[in-house]
Design a protein around this ligand. Structure first.
Ligand code: MN
Length: 505
């Protein structure tokens, strides 16, 4: 429990409930109120207060200094790079940077915490209020407030599956720098919570301050869930701890909201507690109640001076920020005339947007966006490839689109060539030559193909004179007899003339 927002402040944050977000209960409609606390591991080679490596997957207890093991007399030394990464993240979240912040001891006893306390920040975090803008699939924009971001150290890990009667402890993670990013209770559906974590991860990756790898535990979320009848005061919330996938976040919220509604509709009351989500059953279960909650007895860590930054230092970091997702989206829309939807899809990863821009240079941006977000992304997803692993380069895709634009190949054949490029990594022009896929624009050849189809189908010709829409059938036949290589525009023109139809009709 680290959120600093009082229930009164929460109640002050008004947002009209949307019909689509309400959950139907036996006694009426319910609104879900969600706030997230995300722990993001700082991308740094060394730990927050020691020089030990943070490399993932190393041998157990091989990356543990005397500081990380809390040997008597050891003193923490702050890692400047981790501090800069936190400031960078704060700036990326358009947040207040606090030039003076304080490290506190958060006291609790657990086998994986050799110090007996976690060094964290409580009353004076390094980053204050900011915001994350969500682009929802239906075109809505939702602004989620950030309450704070503070720096803290991670604990070690208890291993319960190594010995029949004992638990072991791995301290490799002990002391690794985390940013705890606390949102305001501004989300109203599982979909919004998923969109929030997705967008936050995108921002962190653009900034390079957290790799966002949820499978390795670099990003994990505690989800605060409560429900209320629309327009009534906030309900009691439960916190679901350490959910480590975006899909699970959605599932945990949906299960938990329904559980709370069922209790309330049966006349019961929600007990404030910490719960765990079990991905196997899709359910949440109680971990500890408020009565069992820790009293952390926070106090400033006497081994560490207050962390004081100069405005100049913050300004230098600000000047080094990359173009962030929201700015990139706005630029893709204004510079290339893309739809908001295409732009949103492209900015999901900066490498995707870069690939688009490399192809779009000097070409029809709309055509490029269709190909990149369509066939290209579909192939990446199908093969589980990242952009970096793509067998098709931006240059090659650009060449393929040039072959369409200059009439060498039809759009239909281009899809076939693209599949072949993706399988073999060959250049499109090479595939066109080797497989004889050049589009037939030769009027004589196309006319001959049309004549053959007309001669073989006199009944269809008669029907088409009555019902001109049937001309499409002839186009299909001609494309078939030319293996898709006939230029469709030429086919349409000649066909319309032969069948006595107006060519633009
Ligand atoms: Mn924490």
């Amino acid at each position: 429990m680290t959120t600093m927002v009082s229930d009164f402040e929460r109640a002050m944050r008004k947002r009209e409930p949307r019909e689509e977000d309400l959950i139907r209960g036996a006694t009426g409609d319910w609104e879900i109120i969600l706030g997230l606390e995300v722990h993001a591991q700082v991308t740094s080679q060394a730990k927050l207060f020691s020089a030990s490596s943070t490399k993932f997957g190393a041998e157990q207890n091989s990356q543990v200094s005397f500081v990380d093991a809390a040997m008597p007399g050891m003193l923490p030394v702050i890692n400047r790079y981790c501090v800069e990464q936190a400031v960078r993240t704060g700036l990326g979240l358009k947040a207040q940077i606090n030039l003076r912040s304080v490290f506190d001891r958060k006291n609790y006893f657990y086998p994986d915490l050799p110090q007996g306390y976690q060094i964290s920040q409580f009353k004076q975090p390094i980053v204050g209020e900011g915001e994350v803008v969500l682009d929802m699939p239906d075109g809505r924009t939702v602004v989620v407030g950030i309450e704070r971001l503070h720096l803290e150290q991670d604990a070690g890990k208890s291993l319960h599956d190594q010995h029949p009667s004992m638990s072991f402890v791995d301290l490799n993670r002990s002391g690794v720098a985390l940013m705890e990013i606390v949102s305001k209770p501004d989300m109203r559906s599982a979909e919004e919570a998923r969109a929030y974590v997705t967008k936050l991860r995108t921002i962190l990756r653009y900034l390079g301050t957290c790799d966002g790898n949820m499978e390795e535990g670099s990003l994990r979320a505690d989800v605060n869930v409560s429900v209320r009848k629309a327009g009534t005061p906030l309900g009691t919330r439960c916190e679901i701890k350490n959910v480590n996938s975006i899909r699970f976040i959605g599932q945990a919220i949906e299960y938990e909201a329904r559980r709370q509604i069922d209790i309330l509709e049966d006349g019961g009351a929600i007990v404030q507690e910490t719960r765990l989500f079990d991905p196997k059953t899709g359910e949440t279960r109680s971990m500890r109640s408020k009565e069992e909650a820790h009293d952390y007895r926070y106090f400033p860590d006497p081994d560490l001076l207050p962390l004081v930054l100069k405005q100049d230092e913050v300004d230098v970091i600000r000047a080094s920020l990359p173009e962030l997702p929201d700015e990139k989206k706005a630029r893709l829309i204004s510079a290339y005339g893309l739809s908001a939807y295409d732009a949103t899809v492209l900015i999901g990863e900066s490498a995707r947007a870069d690939f688009f821009e490399a192809v779009a240079k000097g070409r029809d941006a709309k055509l490029v966006a269709n190909w990149v977000t369509g066939d290209f992304f579909a192939a990446l997803n199908r093969e589980g490839h990242s952009i970096e692993q793509s067998p098709v380069t931006a240059k090659q895709l650009g060449e393929l689109l040039d072959l369409i634009s200059d009439g060498t190949i039809s759009g239909r054949i281009a899809k076939q060539i693209f599949d072949s490029m993706y399988k073999t990594g060959r250049d499109p022009s090479k595939i066109v030559e080797e497989e004889g896929l050049r589009q037939v624009t030769d009027f004589g050849a196309i006319e001959a193909a049309i004549d053959a189809v007309i001669a073989a189908n006199p009944d269809k010709v008669e029907q088409t004179k009555v019902k001109p829409q049937l001309a499409g059938w002839f186009v299909g036949q001609v494309m078939k007899s030319t293996s898709g290589k006939a230029n469709p525009q030429v086919v349409n023109e000649i066909l319309a003339r032969k069948l006595g139809l107006s060519s633009d009709g």
